[in-house]
Structure formats: C-alpha cells, structure tokens
Design a binder for this molecule. Structure first.
Ligand SMILES: C[S@@+](CC[C@H](N)C(=O)[O-])C[C@H]1O[C@@H](n2cnc3c(N)ncnc32)[C@H](O)[C@@H]1O
Length: 211
C-alpha cells in the first residue's frame, strides 16, 4: 500500500468514515515524530490502515489493542452483528483472522503490532510514552472510562488523544465517548482541535502552554 487512495480500494469492514480516517492518518504522521501510536479497538483493521500508514511513513509503529471477541453491540442478535465474523467452532466472534489479512494486504505487518487482549489488562503493564492514543473500543460506560483513565496519562506533551463516536446530542448516538471527551477537556491537560465528523481530537498541552 502506497497511498491513502489505496486504503479505500481494500474495502475493509469497519465503522470509520473516510474523512475521519484521513484525519487519523495526518495525526499519526505528526504524532510519530514524538513516539509510537496506540489504538484501542482494531476490529477488522480499518482505522489501523489509516493510522498505520501515517506511522509507516515516519518509521514508527502502531500498537493495536483488541481482544477480537467483539463489543457488546456486535454479538449475535445485536444491532451490529456480522455473521461473517462468527466462528462456529468456538461459538464466538473472531475478528483477528480478518485483521491479520488486512495488515497483510496493506503491507503493514512490520508497522502495526497486534495486541490481542483487553485494554485494561495491557494498560496494567504499560510504561511507554505515546505520541497518539485513539479510543474506539467498547462503548459501554465503564469500559470507556477505563480506556480514558488507563491510557490518556501515557500521551506525551504535544501528542494527541482521538476519540471516535462523539455525539454531543444524545439523539444522534451513545454518550459514553462524549463523556470522556468532556472529562479530558475539563482536566485542563488537553486543548480541543476541530472535530471531524464524529472524531473528537485533543492535543496534550506542553508545560507553559497558555492556550
Ligand atoms: C467499534 S469496533 C472498532 C472499529 C475500528 N476502530 C474500525 O475502524 O473499524 C470496537 C472493537 O473494540 C473491541 N473491544 C471492545 N471492548 C474492548 C476492550 N475492553 N479491550 C479491547 N478491545 C475491546 C471489540 O472487540 C471491537 O473489535
């Protein structure tokens, strides 16, 4: 894969709009000057493609965390269930096979590091400062708060926190991602950048930043 336009041609399953993906690519390129990037919620690799391409162009890596068993709303009978992702042998969702295939097709196997686990388990042993964290895992309120609390402190000054599915109006969607977005803004540690579609973007202030 050489360019952003090649990504669309791969037709990967996922929940990211193209404008959101392009912004993630730009952010990952910029953040890669600081350190590695990390996402929570790999699914079949759609966001990983955009973030991974940005990292690859700067010789950085993307850690991509997912237990690959699907979120609550992706289970059989739920709104976002996809029968193609159901593994009849185990009776569970398994997105890891497709995720690996995506990385292979895109030539990102040396850039994107799959971490097959829950976000909270990985966070317990994490110590590497990060240039960017993208939160797009479970949308259950407790999990979203764990993701924010466990990972935002690893973002380096000047680095980015991006959160997917920001819906200020409850009529448009679930409120958990928006609640942590507001918590991050209220902490004073981050500066808001313009939103792209449902992608909330915050930049970690450097010591002495006034604005
Ligand atoms: C909305 S999907 C991610 C979509 C993906 N970013 C994309 O661009 O298509 C959410 C993913 O988060 C994963 N997930 C849910 N809870 C998790 C947790 N606690 N730790 C790690 N992954 C989790 C699910 O398995 C699912 O694949």
């Amino acid at each position: 894969m050489r360019s952003l336009s090649d990504i669309a041609a791969l037709e990967v399953k996922g929940f990211l709009a193209e404008d959101e993906g392009r912004r993630l690519y730009d952010l990952a390129r910029e953040a890669s000057a600081l350190g590695p990037c990390l996402e929570i919620g790999s699914y079949c690799g759609k966001s990983s493609l955009y973030l991974g391409l940005g990292c690859k162009e700067r010789g950085q890596v993307l850690f991509s965390i997912d237990h690959h068993r699907g979120s609550e709303e992706q289970q059989p009978g739920q709104e976002y269930y996809d029968p193609e992702l159901f593994d009849a042998r185990t009776g569970r969702i398994d997105t890891f096979r497709l995720f690996r295939a995506t990385l292979d097709k895109a030539g990102l196997e040396e850039t994107v590091v799959p971490v097959v686990s829950t976000s909270a388990v990985v966070a317990r042993s994490w110590a590497t400062p990060l240039g960017l964290v993208f939160i797009d895992g479970s949308h259950a309120i407790e999990s979203v708060f764990i993701d924010y609390c466990a990972w935002s402190s690893h973002i380096m000054p000047g680095g980015f926190l991006a959160i997917h599915d920001i819906f200020p109006d409850p009529k448009d969607g679930g409120q958990a991602p928006y609640l942590i977005y507001q918590k991050a803004v209220g902490s004073g540690l981050f500066r808001e950048l313009p939103r792209v579609n449902t992608l909330g973007i915050l930049k970690r202030r450097k010591p002495g930043d006034l604005e």
